[in-house]
Write a protein that binds this ligand. Sequence first.
Ligand SMILES: [Fe+2]
Ligand SMILES: [Fe+2]
Length: 210
Amino acid sequence: MAINSLQDLYLEELKDLYSAEKQLVKALPKMAKNAANPKLQQAFTDHLRQTEGHVERLEQIFEMLGAGSPRKKCKGMEGLIEEAKELLEEDAPDEVIDAGLISKAQHVEHYEMAGYGTVRTYARQLGLDKQAQLLQQTLDEEGKANDLLTKIAESSVNVQAESESGESITSSRRPERAVSRGVASETTGSRKSGSRGSRGSSRTGEATAR
Ligand SMILES: [Fe+2]
Ligand SMILES: [Fe+2]
């Protein structure tokens, strides 16, 4: 479709976000299933519920705009989810996979935040206040989801991943774990890991970048 105005661009960006959210509704259960840390698992499960709400808000907005059902594929989100799948194919300890999952999820949240910040601003500029309000609600939830991931990383996961790298190898290094993991497969079971200490202090990734 030709994009001739800010209104056209607004609709295109909304379609992109809709595709991104729909892809996430499919990917998040697999990320939850493959997270070993219970807090991380819970965070993914809770964000799945929120993500379903994000889909509904966008549908509400399409209805307000009189736009039909969008048929666009968000390639950005497709790529981010693909990277998460690749991570889960790695043969690595649970704690390290968890740290990686947080990284992938935070890339997703920031991608969404950029998208929602943009459409919220367009809606305001176009005088679509109710829509701007709905988009702001989603933007706030994405921000909180990202903050929670940072907290989980700082308080446990990254610390455990760090101690893991210098100590004994957990059972999760057994090759079959890596094989049974995988967001690509619908049949994968959840990974479980043993007790964890809180040794180590080095942290990695966006999780500490404020
Ligand atoms: Fe979302
Ligand atoms: Fe999100």
